[in-house]
Each structure stands twice: as C-alpha cells, then as structure tokens.
Write a protein that binds this ligand. Sequence first.
Ligand code: BYC
Length: 311
Amino acid sequence: MVEIDQQQKFQNKIDAEIKIEPKDWMPEAYRKNLIRQISQHAHSEVIGMQPEGNWITRAPSLRRKAILLAKVQDEGGHGLYLYSTAETLGITREEMINALQDGSARYASIFNYPTQTWADVGAIGWLVDGAAIVNQISLQRTSYGPYSRSMVRICKEESFHQRQGYELMLTLSRGSEAQKAMAQDSLNRFYWPSLMMFGPHDTESAHSASSMKWKVKRETNDDLRQKFIDQTAPQIEFLGLQHPDKDLKWNDEKGQFDSGEINWDEFWRVINGDGHCNRQRVQHHINAHKEGAWVREAMASYQQKKKSKAA
Ligand code: BYC
C-alpha cells in the first residue's frame, strides 16, 4: 500500500513536470532504466572519441587540428558528466566500465563504422553530432534532474561540433572534383548509420513505452528521426551533394519528407557486436584503461592520504 502511494506520488510529480532528484524516492525500474540509458550514453561519448581521434595526427592544417583536438576532448568531457550523472543513481564508475568492456552494455552503433577519409571527420561532426543534438535537445527536458542539466551543457558544445563539421563539408564540396567526391562518399557511408542512432522503429522499441510515461524520453525514436531527416535534406542540397536516399520525397500533406527504409538487419547486427569495428573499439578501450591504471591508483592514494590527514 505504501509502495502504491509512493508510485502514485512519483507519477504525479512527473506529470507536473517536477524533476526527480537523486535522493527522491523512485521506482526501481525507473532507476534501472536511467542507469542503462545514461551509462550507454556515457559509453557512446567515450567510444565516440576513437573514430575522429584516428585523424588528429593527419589533420590537413593547424587550424583543423586545433578544432578536432578540442572536439574530441569535449566528447571525453561529456562522457565524464554522464558517468557522474549515472553515479548519482547508485552505480559505480567501475561497474559501468566493466559492463562496457565485457559487452553487457551497449554504445551508439555509429561508432562501429570506420573513418576512412578526412571527409569523415566533417560527416561525423555534421551528421552524427547533428543527430545527437536533435535527440539531446529533447533530453534537456528529461524527468531526471542531473541528466537534464548535463544535457544543457552538452548541447551547447555539440552545436559547435555540428557547425565545424558542416563547415568542413562545405569547404570540401566547394573544392576540387576529388574533394567533392570525397565529401559525397562520406555522406553516402554516414547518412544511414546516422538515422540508426535514433534506435528501432517505435513499434520495435522495448523501452519507449515506460520511458515516455516516466518522461525519461520526451519524443519517440521515429519522431526524432523524422526531425533529423527533415533538417538534413536542405543541408545536403545546399552542399550540392546527391541525397543518399533515392526514395526521399516531400509529402505536402504531412509537411515532412517520406523516406526509404533503413537496413534494420545491419542495425541489429552492429548493435549486437558484429559491426566493422566493434572488437577494435572495445579492445582499444581495454588497452587505454590498463595504461591509465597508475593514474587511478595515484588519485586513490592521494585521496586516502587527504582523508587520513583530516581524521
Ligand atoms: N546504438 O528500446 P529502445 C555523440 C538499443 S554520442 C546502439 O528504443 P531506448 C558523439 C537500446 O539500447 C551521443 N544501441 O532503447 C560522441 C536497447 O538495447 P538495451 C549518443 C541502440 O534506450 C562522440 C535496444 O536497442 N547519444 O553525440 O529507449 C563523437 C532497443 O532500443 C541504438 C545517446 O546515447 C543505437 N543507435 O532508445 C561524436 C542518446 N538504438 O539497452 C558524437 C541517449 C537503440 O535494452 N540515448 N539501441 O540492451 C537515447 O536517447 C536512447 O537510449 C536511444 C534508444 C534513442 C538511443
């Protein structure tokens, strides 16, 4: 009976748009769902440093290198805010890292695609950060206070990332024939995986019903994906590039684009560990984590020393 009362009070708060804070009562399923989503979001930010990091030493100018370095560092920072956010729900950093490394936690499928050319740095900034912003703007209104606040800061930085990516693509598409071809090839390879970032269709989405009820998610996977499709089509046109979706067509009645179908077999294969780079990405994380062990040990012993001095 007490539990039912608490459930009702909790839902009333959600319905009244009052944020849930770490020390508030919350249903166990809400807590677990948040830990799942936020920790996977954090892993995506950190694993997402690898594909672009691959190009830092090969950036074509000092300006491009400075921008790329700053962007990749920002992504690491986003991971840290998000790990801290998840920790407020009672999971440790170590548990989250173990789940990433043993494959029981996911991260965004897009980061299992390789970065083959310099144009991929532009396509990732423009499309991947662009898709992330569409999703994260909506998550600024999520019901869990710490997650909502971390999204506000992250969105500001993602917006710079998106612009630098589009500016890079614009430079290439206004350049030589070879540069334009490189931009087109990159768009062709990253467009569909970017649409997959929004997750399966609403009808196939295991978590959407409860996440929408609890206002963890404020818009559905398909609605957010549609926003991204609609905003990207004119951007592709402005670049003077060919749209990768040959079935894309403006629908006057709906006031939005109709589009071709995503390759869902590919989506499920990649999120279940069999994409081009899954093994490489996780192994790289394991190696970097091992190499950083001495830093964690030094920090832990410094904190221990501070504590015993204070006692
Ligand atoms: N990739 O029930 P559903 C960035 C999984 S990084 C992999 O709809 P949900 C950046 C899903 O986890 C920003 N897995 O799930 C960084 C679930 O499996 P589990 C990344 C996916 O959670 C560096 C199952 O499929 N953004 O910007 O309600 C450089 C069923 O799905 C994917 C975020 O993480 C996927 N694409 O909705 C550049 C946003 N899609 O957990 C840029 C935060 C689905 O039951 N996350 N799955 O094993 C979300 O908004 C939601 O978690 C999603 C999925 C919309 C992604």
